[in-house]
Design a protein around this ligand. Structure first.
Ligand code: SAH
Ligand code: MG
Length: 197
């Protein structure tokens, strides 16, 4: 049996941007409290977060998409080593092109930051009636709140994209979003209940 701590250590050594403990704990707590059965993850990297979610509760299944072939292979190996092939389905696909069937209790967006809104708009149809869409890295190492932290042009552009996404969430007529400053900044979006607007 593999060990999650080893996967985490390797990922950090190779500068893979895995989710922070606080974010993982938050999602795991939600999974347990709401008896979550199905999670869709956009952006697997080496499978670390998917493995964490599947380890929270025995009856959770995770579908996770990764476009990079090399990372996909590593994730597949890690999932196998953890003995979680029954709970995690990993697909080597670009999430902007993939066709995913079914409804999910949690949709976790953790892929290319410039595409967050596209992921949201594409996958909201896969969200269960009372499900939530969680987005990671909305703080982007503090640069979203404090853009002066970077002079790099590409980074500045990404920061702008994240800000636009935050505005999109705030102005979304169908979803209410709560922002949490834990980890690298996450949001939780839930469909508005009828009569609220
Ligand atoms: N969720 C992982 C970290 C993901 S890092 C964890 O916490 O352990 C973001 C990943 O998203 C990268 O591996 C990147 O290759 C992938 N990615 C970026 N854009 C994507 C897309 N359009 N479709 C699928 N994967 C994508
Ligand atoms: Mg992330």
């Amino acid at each position: 049996m593999g060990e999650i701590s080893v996967i985490k250590k390797n990922a950090l050594e190779h500068h893979i941007p895995i989710m922070k403990d606080e974010g993982i704990d938050f999602i795991c707590q939600y999974i347990r409290e709401h008896s979550v059965k199905k999670v869709l993850e956009i952006g697997s990297a080496v499978g670390y977060s998917a493995i964490c979610f599947a380890s929270c509760a025995k009856d959770v299944t995770v579908v996770t998409l990764e476009r990079d072939e090399n990372l996909f292979e590593q994730a597949r190996e890690n999932i196998a080593q953890m003995g979680l092939e029954n709970q995690i389905e990993i697909r080597n696909e670009d999430a902007l092109e993939a066709e995913v069937e079914g409804l999910f209790d949690i949709i976790f967006i953790d892929a290319a930051k410039s595409q967050y809104q596209k992921f949201f708009e594409k996958y909201e149809r896969n969200l269960a009636f009372d499900g939530i869409i969680i987005t990671d890295n909305l703080s982007f190492h503090g640069m979203v709140e404090n853009p002066g932290l970077t002079k790099n042009r590409n980074t500045k552009q990404l920061v702008r994209k994240i800000r636009n996404y935050i505005e999109f969430l705030k102005n979304n007529e169908e979803f209410d979003t709560v922002f949490y400053s834990l980890g690298d900044g996450i949001s939780v979006s839930k469909r508005k209940s009828k009569g609220e607007h």
